[in-house]
Design a protein around this ligand. Structure first.
Ligand code: FAD
Ligand code: NA7
Length: 533
C-alpha cells in the first residue's frame, strides 16, 4: 500500500538483456507507455554482461546474432570476424540502449524479489531487494533462459583457497595468465574456455564428465566484401532466417542422410566440417541428423574419426569421444580437439576417475592424484529456462504461486503466458522455440507489443491464457521433442543437469518458421487461447 505516483508504471520489464532491451524500446518508444526495467546487474546486456570468461563468444554467426529491426544501424555496423566475442556483443547492446535512449528507464543493481497480481485492480506489484515497490498493468519477464547459475556443491568446494569462479559471473579482476587452472564442465562454455585458456594458462586441467561432439566453428576474419554483401542482402537474409527452423542464417538441408551413398555422406560432412558451425553441421548437412538414429550415428561416427585423427594421444582421444547420440545443443569451436595436443593441457575423465574432493590447494581424484590449482573454474551451466523464475516469488490469481503452478515442470501457452497470471508475459519463457535466440526474441517481443496495443485499445482488460490452450501447447512441445533424438540424452534442454529437476521438454522443436505461423494464427483467430476480461 501507499505507493507514490512515481512508482506507478504502465509496464514493468524484468531483465535487460536482448529481450528486455527490445521490450523497453517497443513499449515505450512505439506504444508510448510508461515503462521501468529492472536488472540485478550493474550494466545492461544480460548474458553478455555476466559471461566474461576467456573465450566467451556467441557461436551463432555474427550476421544473425543481433537484432534485425534496425536496418539503419545495420548499415553502420561492422565486425571483424565470423563470430562475435562477448565484449563486442556487450558493446553492441549498450549502443542500442544509447541509440534509443533507454538507459533512463532501466534501473540497475536491482533484483526483483516478488511480483504479485491484484485481481481487483488488475495491477501487478513488484518488490525489489532494496525494499521498493512498483505497480504496473503489464509485467514482462525477460529473465533469461540461461541466467541462473548451476553451482554444484562438490565435496570440499568451499575450502578452496585459490580463486573459485563460475563462468556465468566471471570477475573483471581475474587473470589466468601464468596460472594453474582447473576446469569442471565441457559444454558450450567449458569448451570455449579450453580453447582460450590453453593459450594463456601455465597449466590447464580439464575435468570432463560427459564428452560432447565438437565441430570446427570456421572462425576467421571477414572481408569488407562480406560485410557489403550483408548490407546489400539484409532483407533477404532476415527473411530467410524467419522462414527457417533454427534461424542461424544458412539453408537447412531437406535431404535424408541415408538417401545418399556413404561416399556422398562423407563428402557432405567434410564440406560442412570445413565450412564450420555446430548448427550447420547438425541441420545443414542432412535433414534428419537430429531425428533418425542411423543418420545421427553417421554424423557421430564422422566426428569420432576426426577426434582420432586430430588428438595425438590415443587415450586422450578415447576419453574425448562421445558414445551417446549426437543430440544436445550442437557446439563448435575454433580448435577444441587440437587444444589437447598441447603440453600444458591435461584431460581427466571424472566418469572413470571421479573427483574425490576439492581441497584448499586443488582437486584430488579417486586415483589419489592431487591436481594443484590456483584457479578453479566451474563451467557447470545453468538451471535453465525456469531457473530464474524459481528464484522469485510470482503470484497470480488467488495468490497462486508460479512455483506451485510449475510443480510438475514449467509450462506455458506459446512460451509467452501462463494460466492464472493475467497480463504477465514472458520473453523466452518455458516452451519457447528452440533456435538461434535473437530472432526468437524479436518474434515474441513484436507479437507481445501488438497484443498489448490491442489490449490498450480494448479498454485494458486482463489478458489471460486459457488452461486448455496451455495444456495443448505443452503436449505439442513434448511431441515436437519426442520426434527428435534430443530426449535420448541428458542435457539442460530437459532439465536433466539439475539434480531433482523434473525431466521434460522446455522448448518447442518445430522451428522458428512454424512457431511464427502459430503466433499469426492465434492473432487471426482473435487471440485464440486467450481471454480478455
Ligand atoms: P539474458 O541475456 O539472460 O538477460 C536476463 C537478465 O535478467 C539478466 O541480466 C539477469 O541479471 C536479469 N534477471 C534475472 N532475474 C532477475 C531478477 N529477479 N531481478 C532482476 N533482474 C533479473 N544464444 C544463441 O542464440 N546463440 C549463441 O551463440 C549463444 N551463446 C551463448 C553463450 C553463453 C555463454 C550463454 C550463457 C548463453 C548463450 N546464448 C546463445 C543464449 C543467450 O542467453 C541468448 O541468446 C540471449 O542473450 C538471451 O537474452 P535474454 O534477454 O532473454 O536473457
Ligand atoms: P552445459 O551445456 O549445461 O554444460 C555444463 C557442463 O558441466 C557439462 O559438461 C556437465 O557435465 C558439467 N557438469 C555439470 N554439473 C557437474 C558436476 N556436478 N560435476 C561435474 N561436471 C558437471 O552448460 P554451458 O554453460 O556449457 O552451456 C549452456 C548453454 O549456454 C549453451 O547451450 C549455450 O547456449 C550457452 P554433464 O554433461 O552433465 O555430464
Amino acid at each position: 500500500g501507499g505507493h507514490s505516483a512515481e512508482a506507478r508504471f504502465d509496464a514493468i520489464v524484468i531483465g535487460a538483456g536482448f529481450g528486455g532491451i527490445y521490450a523497453v524500446h517497443k513499449l515505450r518508444n512505439e506504444l508510448g507507455l510508461r515503462v521501468r526495467c529492472f536488472d540485478k546487474a550493474d550494466g545492461v546486456g544480460g548474458t553478455w554482461y555476466w559471461n566474461r570468461y576467456p573465450g566467451a563468444m556467441s557461436d551463432t554467426e555474427s550476421l544473425v546474432y543481433r537484432y534485425s529491426f534496425d536496418r539503419e544501424l545495420a548499415q553502420e555496423l561492422a565486425w571483424n570476424r565470423r563470430y562475435i566475442p562477448q565484449r563486442d556483443i556487450l558493446g553492441y547492446l549498450q549502443a542500442v540502449v544509447d541509440r534509443y535512449d533507454l538507459g533512463k528507464d532501466i534501473q540497475l543493481n536491482t533484483t526483483v524479489e516478488a511480483a504479485v497480481y491484484d485481481e481487483e485492480a488488475n495491477l501487478w506489484t513488484v518488490t525489489t531487494d532494496g525494499g521498493e515497490s512498483f505497480t504496473a498493468r503489464y509485467l514482462l519477464s525477460a529473465l533469461g533462459p540461461l541466467s541462473a547459475a548451476n553451482f554444484p556443491d562438490i565435496k570440499g568446494r568451499d575450502t578452496f583457497q585459490g580463486r573459485l569462479v563460475h563462468t556465468g559471473s566471471w570477475p573483471d579482476d581475474l587473470s589466468i595468465e601464468g596460472k594453474r587452472v582447473g576446469l569442471i564442465g565441457t559444454g558450450s562454455t567449458g569448451t570455449q574456455f579450453v580453447c582460450a585458456a590453453s593459450k594463456i594458462a601455465e597449466h590447464l586441467t580439464v575435468f570432463q564428465r560427459t564428452p560432447q561432439y565438437n565441430v570446427p566453428s570456421g572462425n576467421a576474419p571477414v572481408s569488407p566484401e562480406y560485410l557489403a554483401e550483408y548490407r546489400a542482402n539484409y532483407d533477404e537474409i532476415w527473411r530467410q532466417v524467419r522462414r527457417s527452423r533454427v534461424a542461424c542464417g544458412f539453408e537447412e538441408s531437406d535431404v535424408p542422410a541415408m538417401s545418399v551413398s556413404e561416399e556422398e555422406r562423407r563428402r557432405v560432412f567434410q564440406e560442412n566440417w570445413d565450412k564450420g558451425n555446430g548448427f550447420r553441421f547438425m541441420f545443414g548437412t542432412f535433414s534428419d541428423i537430429a531425428t533418425d538414429p542411423a543418420a545421427n550415428e553417421a554424423a557421430a561416427e564422422f566426428i569420432r574419426l576426426k577426434i582420432k585423427e586430430i588428438v595425438r594421444d590415443p587415450e586422450t582421444a578415447r576419453k574425448l569421444s562421445p558414445t551417446d547420440p549426437y543430440a544436445k545443443r550442437p557446439i563448435c569451436n575454433e580448435d577444441y580437439y587440437e587444444s589437447f595436443n598441447r603440453d600444458n593441457v591435461t584431460l581427466v575423465s571424472i566418469k572413470e576417475n571421479p573427483i574425490r574432493e576439492i581441497t584448499p590447494t586443488g582437486v584430488i581424484t579417486e586415483d589419489g592424484v592431487e591436481h594443484p590449482l590456483d584457479v578453479l573454474v566451474f563451467a557447470t551451466g545453468f538451471d535453465a529456462v525456469d531457473g530464474s523464475y524459481k528464484r522469485m516469488d510470482i503470484r497470480g490469481r488467488g495468490g497462486l504461486s508460479m512455483n506451485e503452478h510449475w510443480s510438475d515442470g514449467p509450462t506455458s501457452y506459446l512460451g509467452l503466458a501462463v494460466t492464472g497470471f493475467p497480463n504477465m508475459f514472458m520473453i523466452l519463457g518455458p516452451n519457447s522455440v528452440f533456435s538461434n535466440l535473437p530472432p526468437a526474441i524479436e518474434t515474441q517481443v513484436e507479437w507481445l507489443t501488438e497484443l498489448i496495443d490491442a489490449a490498450e485499445a480494448a479498454g485494458r482488460p486482463a489478458v489471460e491464457a486459457v488452461r486448455a490452450a496451455e495444456e495443448t501447447w505443452t503436449v505439442t512441445c513434448q511431441q515436437s521433442a519426442d520426434f527428435t533424438l534430443f530426449p535420448k540424452v541428458d542435457s539442460w534442454i530437459f532439465g536433466a543437469n539439475i539434480p531433482g529437476k523434473k525431466n521434460r521438454a522446455m522448448f518447442y522443436f518445430g522451428g522458428l518458421a512454424s512457431y511464427r505461423e502459430k503466433l499469426d494464427a492465434v492473432v487471426t483467430g482473435g487471440y485464440e487461447g486467450f481471454t480478455m476480461q
